[in-house]
Design a protein around this ligand. Structure first.
Ligand SMILES: [Zn+2]
Length: 375
């Protein structure tokens, strides 16, 4: 059995539902500390973080990942238990196989071979692994980055093992992500009897035309790297359940996924301008989940392109799709950030899996990337 497969099986067997780590980070440390990686635990509240670094010089390549997984969902719908790694038809099944214990295992085995061949490599290698990527992400990478910044420990290149691949392993890498901005809008009206509308103010009626305009707004046209910014309304709640009462308020949740053509301040200002045209009272609360980030060119992208080509013989595609990732916390430090990991078709689903061959290919690509950058 391949080393990578063996390792990812050990990790899947630990039921590390977010924000639990369930001892996964201990396994990583056991592999890397004998190779000269310095171990540092940076736990915050319910979240476990580990920083493992080999070398004290620049440049620094960081592999970023998370040991937590999303809950398995209904157990009876799984063909094999989610925390019992199971091999079937060339695939490894288990929660976290693709997102992202497979990527972590591949990076560990890549480091092991690389350090054995190049014990005197230049620069430094580090792993930054958290247990709260799948949760609200307040005590994970964002906090570890703060610690590093406070002591001037600078990341040059960050490779994230998140599942970026589409049809074949490494056919797509992510070089950026859209920003994500959440809004909670409350429209204030006056409650009353439906038979006496003159002495009430129906917030659903007064918001309806604004809703139409909000959803039809052309926020931007995207650019060379990003698709158009989109707004989606996810919840509208109003009403008491009674048929004869006009509600006193309505609550609307919406989210924007935005390109580098916009920033949160501009979106807020344009939303207020749009709503202010209508005749209703409202309050609007915002939560910025992440700014957009983008790496264009540079040594990391070049190294990964050439590693993928030499291992798979095909060319990879640079992409900025998908949800947001922990890369949003690293990019503002000025580091080049790229995501490359397993095929993402089964992530967060029942019967999550990864191809056994893909694990070895990925490990080889990571090793070649290390060679490109640090020898
Ligand atoms: Zn993930």
């Amino acid at each position: 059995m391949s080393e990578t497969l063996n390792l990812v099986q050990q990790l899947i067997a630990r039921p590390s539902v977010t924000p639990e780590d369930s001892g996964c980070q201990d396994i990583l440390a056991e592999h890397l500390t004998p190779l000269g990686f310095q171990e540092e635990r940076l736990d915050f509240e319910d979240t476990q973080n580990i920083w493992l670094r080999r070398g004290n010089t620049e440049p620094l390549l960081v592999f970023l990942g998370h040991t937590d997984v999303v809950p398995p969902g209904p157990l009876d719908q799984w063909d094999s238990p989610p925390f019992t790694p199971t091999l079937r038809d060339g695939l490894l099944y288990g929660r976290g196989a693709a997102d992202m214990k497979g990527g972590i295992a591949a990076f560990i085995t890549a480091c092991e071979r690389f350090v054995e061949r190049h014990p005197e490599h230049k620069g430094s290698i580090a792993l930054m692994i958290t247990s709260d990527e799948e949760g609200i992400a307040t005590n994970g990478v964002i906090k570890v980055v703060e610690v590093l910044e406070n002591r001037n420990e600078k990341i040059d290149w960050c490779l994230i093992g998140e599942p970026s691949s589409d049809k074949k392993i490494a056919d797509v890498i992510r070089v950026g992500r859209r920003g994500s901005l959440c809004a909670k809008l409350t429209i204030h009206g006056i409650q009353g009897h439906v038979a006496y509308p003159d002495i009430t103010d129906n917030p659903i009626h007064s918001f309806a035309p604004a809703l139409a305009e909000l959803t039809q707004e052309n926020w931007d046209n995207g650019n060379e790297f990003f698709p158009k910014t989109t707004l989606q309304v996810s919840n509208i709640n109003s009403g008491t359940g009674a048929e004869n009462i006009i509600p006193g308020s309505a609550e609307v949740l919406f989210n924007l996924r935005f390109s580098t053509e916009l920033d949160a301040a501009t979106i807020k200002q344009r939303t207020h301008a749009l709503l202010d045209k209508y005749d209703f009272e409202y309050t609007l609360d915002w939560r910025l989940s992440g700014n957009p980030f983008l790496t264009t060119g540079g040594e990391l992208i070049d190294a990964i392109h050439s590693a993928i080509k030499s291992v798979t013989s095909y060319d990879t595609i640079d992409d900025t799709g998908g949800g947001t990732s922990d890369g949003r916390f690293i990019a503002p430090t000025g580091a080049q950030v790229v995501e490359l990991g397993p095929i993402n078709a089964s992530i967060h689903k029942i019967n999550e899996h990864v191809s056994i061959d893909d694990l070895d290919t990925l490990s080889e690509i990571y090793e070649k990337t290390l060679e490109q950058l640090l020898t």
